[in-house]
Design a protein. Structure first.
Length: 89
């Protein structure tokens, strides 16, 4: 299983249609409307890298999408063998 985070910018006025089109893509777990440089933040899940790349292409080809940036998430990164990370306030 492979997961990814995608942040996208959409063309002005196409936020609603892009949101509904992307939300309907199989493998898109969550879509959040955000404010700032990007318009949407989403979580993807796929069986492998090839399928994740296909998902990313499908998102980039969605009508209204101007730009997409993807970050792959390593689910088994070795951190589980160590003390939990602590956040200092």
């Amino acid at each position: 299983m492979v997961m990814g985070v995608v942040m996208i910018k959409v063309m002005p006025g196409s936020e609603k249609s892009a949101y509904h089109s992307i939300k309907a893509i199989s493998g898109v777990l969550d879509v959040y409307h955000i404010f700032g440089e990007f318009d949407f933040f989403m979580m993807l899940q796929a069986e492998g890298l090839r399928e994740l790349y296909r998902l990313m292409e499908e998102i980039q080809d969605t009508s209204g999408v101007a730009e997409a940036r993807t970050i792959l998430i390593g689910l088994n990164n070795g951190l589980q063998e160590h003390e939990p990370t602590r956040v200092l306030a």
